[in-house]
Design a protein around this ligand. Sequence first.
Ligand code: NDP
Ligand code: GDR
Length: 358
Amino acid sequence: MSKKRALITGVTGQDGAYLAELLLSKGYEVHGLKRRSSSFNAQRIDHLYDGPHAVEEGLKLHYGDMTDSTNLIRLIQETRPHEIYNLAAQSHVKVSFETPEYTANADAIGTLRMLEAIRILGMEKETRFYQASTSELYGLVQEVPQSETTPFYPRSPYAAAKLYGYWITVNYREAYDMHASNGILFNHEGPTRGETFVTRKISRAVAAIHLGRQDKLFLGNMDAKRDWGHARDYVEGMWRILQQDEGDDYVLATGETHTVREFVELAFKEVGIEIVWSGEAESEVGKCASTGRELVAVDPRYYRPTEVELLIGDPRKAEEKLGWEHSTPFPQLVKDMVQSDLKLIELEATYRRNHGGE
Ligand code: NDP
Ligand code: GDR
């Protein structure tokens, strides 16, 4: 039997890299859409890609962009994937307030372009489609925990764009009988999480402070609560969603919620520092309990014009129908991220020393 082919948009991102690894391990022929950048930005998939001349098993990369329909049509035509995982997006909520139009173009219309490309090519019956939907759709709290039936109330240009992506995926499933599904994924992290998302920003800063390379960590809203899982578990869920007989929508979450402040506390604990808090809102600071040194402070520049205060997901449908479960407890996630950043920052320092940087 010939291999199953998958196409992943956003393959250079956190989830794209984990998913490519998973699908390759399952014997898929994996194609990834990568956009052009002025320098190499494929560190997360370097270990999976053997270069353009390799003939064997590795990941195959193609240039493209979610804002370019002709490119997407050609790519799908050339690769004829059995499964498409649409992960590409301007995925930063705060940045979406600065670039709302681009975010809508890539995240909302980009999803439409993918679905329409499948239809234009007459591949509705041969290609299954996964849309990277998000817990940000819930936005302003309507009910907790949030499930597949909880009403949406987006609170950012990103969430509004993803709302379109969600519904256009549902619509193509219903209108054209496509196997099209939404994974409504709650926050998932890991050592390769982008450095500007709060968990990685914290783990990197804690490692750098511990190693004497940074003085202080500045954060925005520390009261925000998130349901944080490990990305490796969540890409397994994406794959399971596309193995079902019918397309459908599923929440993937841990069912636990923690504040940003708790993440900070646990991360510092990992390097032997206990944080004590004082002050409120914009003047809140976190000090080292034993030395009194100020290590954390609030900078309102990281506040969002509208915030999502509380996310906690109900993953029961995914557990029952997909047999999916998350495997990484919150303290383990924090520990893994801090330990990984300690190693990384030490390596960076060694590199700089060996190359005359300091
Ligand atoms: P990342 O930000 O790490 O990765 C996003 C990917 O999309 C990158 O490969 C990026 O390329 C690519 N991309 C961005 N814009 C374009 C474009 N115009 N054309 C082509 N590619 C583009 O996100 P994650 O891996 O964390 O998330 C994957 C998807 O899941 C996203 O759609 C995100 O919105 C969604 N999601 C994520 C959650 C999470 O907690 N991680 C939770 C719920 C949903 P480049 O590397 O060049 O920037
Ligand atoms: P989120 O993730 O917005 O939930 O979107 P992020 O890590 O950016 O923020 C989580 C919470 O932390 C608060 N926060 C800060 N956030 C950042 N980035 N930087 C800070 O300094 C900071 N200080 C406090 C935020 O206000 C927020 O409440 C992520 C993305 O991966 C989306 O693509 C995805 O859809 C959702 O998760 C589910």
